[in-house]
Design a protein around this ligand. Structure first.
Ligand code: GTQ
Ligand code: FE2
Length: 378
């Protein structure tokens, strides 16, 4: 069936009411001929294609720990981790994205749950991943043979095409946050995936090997300059270090919020070319300035509690809650107790492409409503 041209191309705004009927008819024929030959006019759709500012389909949203953990535990009762399914992962699906399992157009965010003495088999893929541990210990993620022990507040990297598996050797379940560049890599038609051959798990060379080389502050291997890679060779960042640095920063600055970026110790660049990771400490009772930036931001509340306003709506968060600010959303925070927020973004991509933009509003945005969750429509 032929799609009517008037549906394919919205009203031609250049057409004024006095146009002769003969011209209208000729225009109709012209649009049909264009359509038939897969040619499309820009003038009927330029406003959508070249919007004055980004118009992300993703909406500001939040997923609460109290909702997610019990559901993940129910999954663990009913669904075993097998070679086929590979991972017990629940994706945070943004309600603005038509049911796709993505938190924004560029980022994947999920919680992953491993029961006591469970493991998830080795595989590798071209999308890069980061893990931020929400609670528990006794689990390690092995990345190309380097078993990275995971404890609450630690950041663990799984760079592109590195073999990785997860193993919980403890008597308690373990939950962490996964951030991946998967939607972006899919958009770029650059996704590859491979299962580890033979055995499910890869051999472990040792524990925390990258940490032993790269964690010492201020020194890096002298030979490394020739082999600086685009992702960080340090695969794990400990919360104790993050916390200490943030505390010291806060003491010096007195600001409502201090932040640090996790970086590649060899280059100072973001941990991966596609993913940037930050940690912030919020002082209680002080609202931060309202800012906008191009790109997607996913926040993980780790410790403390507070309120973040995103595009005029307030999101009240506590430990383990995860919320998202789409590109160019107005964002500010106010903690009610000393708080730590982890954040993953696609900022390195925008920077590399010359598309970064950031503004600080002259005054705080108005709060027009409060996020209540799935009771409301997006
Ligand atoms: O743990 O390897 O959330 O491959 C999505 C894809 C986690 C993982 C995710 C993955 C993983
Ligand atoms: Fe994976």
């Amino acid at each position: 069936m032929e799609i009517p041209v008037t549906v394919r191309f919205p009203t031609d705004t250049s057409l004024d009411p006095g146009t002769a009927p003969e011209t209208v008819e000729r225009l109709g024929e012209l649009y049909s001929d264009l359509d038939r030959l897969d040619l499309q006019p820009l003038w009927t759709q330029n406003k959508q294609l070249l919007s004055r500012a980004p118009r992300p389909k993703a909406v500001p949203w939040m997923w609460r720990r109290v909702d997610m953990i019990p559901l993940a535990a129910r999954c663990a009762e009913l669904i075993t981790i097998s070679r086929g399914g590979d991972r017990r992962v629940l994706a945070l699906a943004n309600p603005g994205l038509d049911g796709r399992p993505f938190i924004t157009s560029t980022l994947w965010a999920a919680i992953q749950y491993l029961g006591a003495h469970e493991s998830a088999p080795a595989h590798r893929h071209s999308p890069g991943a980061i893990r931020f541990v929400l609670e528990g210990e006794g689990t390690f993620t092995t990345v190309n043979g380097d078993a990275c022990d995971m404890r609450a507040g630690d950041l663990v990297l799984t760079p592109p095409w590195h073999w990785h598996d997860h193993k919980n050797e403890s008597d308690a379940p373990m939950t962490w946050f996964d951030g991946l560049d998967l939607p972006l890599v899919n958009h770029l038609d650059a996704t590859f995936f491979e299962e580890y051959p033979a055995e499910a798990m890869q051999p472990v060379r040792g524990h925390n090997l990258s940490e032993q080389i790269y964690r010492a502050p201020g020194t890096v291997p002298a030979v490394a300059s020739s082999g600086v890679s685009v992702y960080s060779p340090l695969l794990v960042y400990r919360f104790a270090d993050t916390e200490q640095a943030l505390r010291s920063l806060a003491r010096d600055s007195g600001a409502a919020m201090v932040s640090l970026e996790y970086v590649n110790p060899l280059s100072g660049a973001s941990v991966m070319p596609t993913l940037g990771c930050h940690a912030s400490r919020l002082a209680p009772g002080q609202r931060t300035v309202t800012e906008r930036q191009v790109g997607s931001q996913v926040f993980v509340a780790f410790r403390g509690s507070g309120t973040t306003v995103i595009d005029g709506r307030s999101f009240d968060w506590g430990p383990g809650d995860i919320f998202v600010a789409p590109s160019w959303a107005a964002v500010d925070h106010e903690a009610s107790t000393e708080s730590y927020l982890f954040r993953v973004t696609d900022a390195p991509v925008l920077k590399a492409l010359g598309l970064s933009r950031h503004t600080v509003e002259g005054r705080n945005q108005d709060v027009l409503g409060k996020f209540v969750g799935h009771a409301e429509a997006p």
